[in-house]
Design a binder for this molecule. Structure first.
Ligand code: SF4
Ligand code: SF4
Length: 406
């Protein structure tokens, strides 16, 4: 094992104060209701709402953590099901923090790390992801040399052969799912229009490893982090920009310890917002659309990136920005969190359909979001329900408004 280079390692028992203190008050089982006037949308926890037993809510899993700690209970198939149907969406933590200041989602992340260390996690259904990462450096089954194909025809510099000030890191999903290529191409093109000196790694780009960390396999995650940090620190770039919310999460939170302090990490929504506010981008074409913005869990609750994407959408002429009843810190997970879709696709889709229903309830014509996994889940829900809602990445309506196509 290579030396530890990512965020300082915590183990579950270091958070014992949290799971011993948890009072089972169940405040974490609903959104902040004062900001959500329609009781139809008060529920916040996908696993608790779907499977109903208290064990599937944060309060129950905190009790399970306590039970494991004092060996009152032992790992079992049902316990593993409870742990891996959690979306790790942080909504429970958002609610708990206001009153009790505990970290239930962090406890569940560390429970997964314990499960992997002890050999009872993740789910057997997650094995193909690990195999693909070992074989292809990505979890999607895509051959490694195809990774840069999304950028065909775009005039982007190739790192490390060429030099650029900014690395555009596309990420696993945007690189491997052709239905997402228009979104990632739009993001890269807009950054160029905004004046960034942009380069990509193309086929040399490797997985960020975020999915393995979500599943609790920190050792495997760190092998990707180690290789990526070596590459990133050698490129001479000043900034890494990514449209992938999960990549932004691990780069900001986990890689920061090993990353050259001169290199800034930004999610693309932060950069687009800055460009629009500074006048480097001038949206001018009318985009006649009622759109509702869905906050990805890993951008919103993790980093408070709520306003930047909204400001970008508000700058587009003709676009009317609506809000979900569960918006911003109250946002419901799309169903794509925690590696859940790979092991429990029906339950993931059930969650996405609930969020799609909520979008339709607002009267929107389109859902806009800023995460490839959210895009995938919403599109699956549209396909399953026959909904007429359009699903866009944040960059797409902005590119339309700039009068460009990719
Ligand atoms: S995790 Fe927090 S909000 Fe939830 S039951 Fe425990 S103390 Fe209450
Ligand atoms: S992280 Fe999300 S899915 Fe998991 S217990 Fe908390 S609210 Fe429920």
């Amino acid at each position: 094992m290579k030396k530890r280079i990512t965020a300082p390692r915590e183990v579950l028992h270091e958070l014992q104060q949290d799971y011993f203190i948890c009072t089972k008050c169940k405040i974490c089982q609903a959104v902040h209701v004062q900001f959500c006037t329609d009781s139809r949308f008060w529920r916040n926890c996908p696993s608790g709402t779907r499977f109903r037993w208290d064990a599937y809510y944060a309060s129950g899993k905190m009790e399970i953590a306590r039970g494991l700690h004092i060996h009152e209970i032992e790992p079992s198939d049902s316990l593993r099901h409870i742990l891996y149907t959690c979306m790790l969406c942080s909504s429970c933590q958002e609610q708990c923090w206001e009153v009790k200041q505990l970290h239930p989602t962090r406890v569940f992340e560390l429970m997964r790390e314990k499960a992997v260390r002890e050999g009872w996690g993740p789910m057997p259904e997650h094995e193909p992801l690990r195999e693909s990462l070992e074989k292809n450096d990505n979890p999607c089954g895509m051959e490694a040399d195809k990774r840069g194909e999304w950028a065909k025809g775009l005039d982007l510099k190739r790192l490390p052969e060429e030099k650029a000030e900014v690395l555009f890191y596309a990420g696993d999903a945007y690189s491997s799912d052709p239905s997402l290529f228009p979104a990632v191409r739009a993001a890269a093109r807009i950054l160029q229009l905004g004046g960034l000196d942009l380069g990509i790694l193309g086929a040399e780009e490797k997985s960020d490893g975020a999915l393995m960390l979500l599943l609790g396999d920190r050792d495997f995650f760190e092998t990707f982090a180690f290789d990526n940090l070596e590459t990133f620190n050698s490129l001479g770039v000043k900034m890494i920009v990514t449209p992938d919310a999960h990549a932004a999460w691990v780069f900001k939170e986990e890689y920061s310890r090993g990353l050259d302090p001169e290199i800034k990490v930004r999610h693309v929504s932060e950069v687009l917002d800055r460009m629009v506010r500074k006048g480097n981008l001038k949206p001018r074409e009318e985009v006649s659309l009622k759109a509702v913005y869905h906050d990805p869990c890993k951008l919103g609750r993790r980093f408070d990136i709520y306003d930047p994407p909204r400001r970008v959408l508000q700058a587009i002429p003709g676009l009317e920005l609506l809000e979900f009843p569960r918006a911003a810190f109250n946002s419901l997970c799309c169903g794509g969190g925690g590696g859940v879709p790979y092991a429990f696709p029906d339950y993931a889709l059930w969650t996405a359909k609930e969020r799609l229903y909520e979008a339709e309830w607002t009267g929107a014509e389109a859902v806009v979001t800023s995460c490839p996994y959210c895009l995938q889940m919403f599109r699956k829900a549209v396909e399953a329900t026959g909904s007429s809602l359009k699903i866009y990445d944040l960059a797409q309506p902005l590119l339309m408004s700039l009068g460009e196509e990719v």
